[in-house]
Design a protein around this ligand. Structure first.
Ligand code: IVH
Length: 675
């Protein structure tokens, strides 16, 4: 069949693109696409060549392992080519590989093959040559035929033996993968940061950059590792009869061999190892991107031979891609319950790490600046395991020439109120408060949610409709709804409206902790709400509290205390709470754990602890003081009764002096506690 002109064009484009990617990846250590994207292009090219074999020539990327080496290193021609591996992605691919091998070797499938299953290390391949037991030279893979001479660099890798024990073959070439461990990578990037140098993007790039240093003294300072997984040239025909045995012998000669390699039986054994390693992967200290299965019997390997660039007797079973490139279609901002503005990138959907990702949070303005991301950009998206997907980097080479930098909005997209930037610029907030429909909706959705007032049947869609149709503007309005109104909402009939009214009604009788949580006070989650309920016993007592009384409670610090006081200082909030009670909301009485009127010696006294104590931790002193009825707060004010000053006390001791608050040393504190 003759290919059409569209196919020809596509074919040439793929060849050019893959050649360019090869060069960037193998020679420049500067890839602009993820491995998975590369694999996808390669697969497409292979498919075209399968259909139109006449298109394939020696220059096709499918016929080449890598790209030409840089000219600075001297070139080394491999005595035996360094080949690549064919890839498999599904269980079926592995079963077919096993079947194919049986066919090629003319063996019945009832004869189950032994395979060696090895992690596919994500580093770079090297060949190391020994003669008369001494390391003679080492080379990168290069394009598979010609590599770069990296002898001096490889010599610096501590785990590589420079000489071999007697009994080693006279000429021996071992091949393996140079990589950087996660620990080494983290340490290296920390060093880079301290030296004000650019951080490496990932361990593979760091390993490649480190090995391909013209100055090997620099390489020596980099934490490179290696695992040996094959032999090339060997002048001992009886060295071993199986791949596994060969690895054991190499280990005996002092070569580092990956410790979790296993012998498995048949395709099912391979798949068993694959799922085991899929679990283990996150715990390994090095990156692996799949499993390599190799036919164990070396005689059978030889019989199976090679096809184009790869052996027939081995297969790389790749893990689903954890990183892929896609484009940013839009950057939107979302408005949260408390007005917090979160930018979100809307992506061209990609299947990455086992799920389809179309939205990723950009967290805040500084994250957008750090990434330098713009609408229209090509970005690398990563999702590993259960981790939330994120944008790792922008592929700047692919940026459109007419692209413009992202402008963070200064007005709320929902209510047009001004967006205020708090603190160090990380938090941006809509200042519209309950004027903002987005905040109103979020606040109401939170109020009705299961852990709050638990209004069954009042889902997000219904809240959106109620707010959009102006039937409710705040949480109290929920209790003013009547059946006539609900019937106007899309999807409601007699029965369903009655049901919703019944659950609204049922929610009126609640608990204090739920009600406090439902109000949506910033910083107040379920635990703090529970704490407030059991400490104060009534909503009026909470409303009447102040920063000091709040801070005296265990686990409440100044930020939470100020958020609570700030919430109840707002007249709108108080009005809504009053309406709630007017409309019939009530809570079951709470028995209070801490009471102000307890008959304890330190009731009414407010302590501040600063510096460290010899006899106990500050937390322990706080507990003992509280047990005696005292309140213990974190900041000194004129209302503070005593400041306990331990060793190395800081500004609080100074503040006590300026405010004339009496101070106690540790001995005085102990005297009080013991009295
Ligand atoms: S064997 C003829 N074993 O994967 C087969 N390769 O895609 C030679 N790799 O160039 C390769 N871990 O850089 C083999 N356990 C392993 C491997 C492994 C990683 C790399 C190696 C090779 C590439 C092929």
């Amino acid at each position: 069949m003759v290919p059409g002109s569209n196919t020809l064009l596509r074919y040439q484009k793929l060849v050019d693109e893959l050649n360019a990617h090869n060069h960037r990846y193998h020679s420049l250590d500067a890839p602009v696409v993820s491995d998975a994207e590369y694999d996808r292009l390669m697969l497409e090219l292979q498919e075209i060549e399968l259909e139109y074999p006449e298109l394939r020539n020696e220059d096709s990327p499918t016929q080449r392992v890598g790209s030409l080496p840089l000219s600075q290193f001297s070139q080394v021609t491999h005595e035996l080519p360094m080949r690549s591996l064919s890839n498999g992605f599904s269980d079926e691919d592995i079963e077919n590989f096993d079947k194919r091998l049986h066919k090629q070797l003319e063996l019945d499938e009832s004869q189950i093959f032994d395979y060696v299953a090895e992690p596919k290390l994500d580093g770079l391949a090297v060949s190391i040559f020994y003669e008369e037991g001494r390391l003679k030279h080492a080379a990168t893979r290069g394009d598979g035929k010609v590599g770069e001479d990296v002898t001096e660099n490889v010599r610096t890798i501590r785990s590589i033996p420079l000489s071999l024990p007697s009994g080693a073959p006279r000429r021996l070439e071992v091949r393996g993968e140079v990589f950087m461990s996660h620990a080494g990578f983290a340490k290296l990037n920390q060093d880079q940061e301290e030296k004000d140098k650019k951080a490496f993007v990932n361990p593979r790039n760091a390993a490649a950059g480190s090995l391909r240093q013209l100055d090997s003294r620099l390489t020596a300072q980099r934490p490179l590792s290696i695992f040996i997984y094959a032999v090339g040239v060997i002048d001992d025909p009886d060295f071993s009869s199986s791949h596994f045995e060969m690895l054991q012998r190499l280990k005996q000669f002092g070569f580092p061999v990956c410790p979790i390699i296993e012998q498995v039986r048949g395709a099912s054994g391979c798949l068993g190892y694959f799922s085991k390693l899929s679990e283990l992967r996150a715990k390994l200290d090095y990156e692996i991107d799949g499993i390599v299965y190799k036919l164990d019997d070396l005689a059978l390997q030889q019989q199976a031979g090679f096809i184009a660039k790869a052996p027939r007797w081995a297969l790389a079973h790749k893990f689903p891609a954890q990183e892929l490139t896609t484009t940013v279609n839009e950057i939107d901002v979302q408005v949260g319950r408390t007005g917090a503005i979160t930018p979100v990138a809307r992506l061209e959907p990609v299947f990455v790490g086992g799920v389809t990702v179309s939205n990723v949070t950009l967290h805040n303005h500084s994250e957008i600046q750090r990434l330098g991301v713009r609408v229209g950009d090509t970005v690398v998206v990563r999702r590993a395991g259960d981790v939330i997907p994120q944008i790792v980097s922008v592929v700047e080479e692919k940026r459109q020439s007419n692209s413009i930098a992202y402008d963070f909005p200064t007005e709320c997209p929902v209510c047009s109120s001004v967006i205020a930037v708090e603190g160090d610029g990380v938090i941006a907030r809509c200042t519209g408060g309950l004027i903002c429909a987005a905040q109103r909706k979020q606040a109401i959705k939170h109020f009705v949610s299961r852990k709050a007032m638990d209004i069954d049947g009042m889902g997000d869609r219904i809240v959106d409709m109620l707010v959009d149709q102006k039937m409710i503007a705040n949480v109290a309005d929920i209790y003013k709804l009547d059946q006539e109104q609900i019937l106007q909402l899309e999807g409601f009939a007699e029965k369903s409206s009655e049901k919703l009214l019944a659950s609204i009604n049922a929610s009126k009788q609640t608990e204090l902790a739920r009600l406090l949580y439902a109000l949506g006070i910033s910083q107040v989650g379920e635990t703090t709400a529970e704490q407030l309920a059991t400490s104060f016993g009534s909503i009026d007592a909470v409303i009447g509290s102040n920063v000091e009384t709040l801070e005296a409670l265990p686990d409440i610090g100044p930020i939470v205390a100020n958020a609570i006081v700030g919430f109840f200082a707002d007249q709108n909030n108080l009005a809504v709470i009053e309406s709630l009670f007017d409309l019939g909301v009530s809570y079951t009485p709470v028995s209070v754990v801490y009471k102000d009127d307890q008959d304890l010696p330190l009731v009414g006294k407010i302590f501040v602890l600063t510096g460290s104590l010899d006899s106990m931790a500050r937390g322990e002193a706080k507990k003992q003081l509280q047990a005696l009825g005292a309140k213990v707060t974190g900041s000194v004010s004129k209302n503070t009764s005593f400041v306990v000053v331990g060793h190395d006390a800081g500004s609080k001791a100074v503040k006590a002096a300026t405010l004339n608050v009496p101070t106690l040393d540790e001995a005085a504190l102990l005297a009080i506690l013991e009295s």
